[in-house]
Design a protein around this ligand. Structure first.
Ligand code: ATP
Length: 235
């Protein structure tokens, strides 16, 4: 198993946000963690990446307990995050944004090999490699944010709302691209509020509401689930 989150509770100061969250991601899957604004998706990611210590519970990555490991050590093990809002360096070129992402030893050693792989996946980034990241379109910036996470040769790619702020046509493009990454062998934890679209590409998904997992099933079943339809799909 690539990722196992076991009974996580967490919060900020006195305020508890997450209650007994358990989920897992198997190698080669896209697993969705889906819910509305404020449901606790980003907080769950903060615990998984090590930016927030849980009150209780455990995180296992490839069967190793990483609950107390520093964030950068988790990246070295192969856990990479595509952060919400992309977090690019807008004045740096596409190439230099990618170079700056190579902060682990393994990423630096393999940088030019990985770059070739990235340029094959995203030809538009190759075309625009010398252009400042801030001049790219929204969809291209999201591709660059994903590419930055790939620089660290992840075994698990975690994406925080990759469709946020994109025009509807680009949302579909980015989700297709995420599907393509899975077909190339990547393992993906996808955080989304765009539940309808995310369920179309996810193998399985968890629905989170006010800090609790309320449903877990394969994507197709959730798309047809009456509660999900009513609460999230406007049907
Ligand atoms: P979004 O789509 O807005 O990111 P989310 O599902 O990711 O939503 P979280 O960001 O995890 O939700 O937020 C869950 C709850 O935790 C919200 O009620 C939010 O106000 C609260 N929260 C988030 N960050 C902090 C913080 N640093 N301090 C206190 N409360 C916070």
């Amino acid at each position: 198993m690539t990722l196992k989150v076991e009974n996580i509770s967490a919060g900020y100061g006195e305020v508890q946000i997450l209650w007994d969250i358990s989920l897992n991601v198997e190698k080669g899957e896209i697993v969705g963690l889906l819910g509305s604004n404020g449901a606790g998706k980003t907080t769950t990611l903060r615990v998984i990446t090590g930016l927030l210590q849980p009150i209780k519970g455990k995180i296992y990555f490839e069967n190793k307990d990483v609950t107390n490991l520093e964030p950068y050590k988790r990246v070295e093990l192969g856990m990479s995050l595509v952060p919400e809002g992309r977090q690019l360096f807008p004045r740096l070129s596409v190439f230099n944004n990618l170079k700056a992402a190579a902060f682990t030893k393994r990423a630096r050693e393999k940088f030019y090999d990985t770059l070739e792989l990235i340029y094959n996946l995203f030809p538009v980034l190759k075309e625009r490699r010398n252009q400042p990241a801030g001049t790219l379109s929204g969809g291209e910036q999201q591709m660059l944010a994903i590419a930055r996470a790939l620089v660290c040769r992840p075994k698990l790619l975690m994406m925080d709302e990759p469709s946020l702020g994109l025009a509807p046509k680009l949302v579909l493009e980015i989700l297709n691209l995420i599907s393509k990454l899975r077909n190339e062998g990547y393992t993906i934890l996808l955080i989304e509020q765009n539940i309808r679209h995310a369920l179309k590409i996810a193998d399985r998904a968890y629905i989170i509401e006010t800090g609790r997992i309320v449903k877990h099933d394969i994507g197709e079943n959730l798309l047809n689930d009456p509660d999900v339809k009513k609460a999230y799909l406007g049907l």
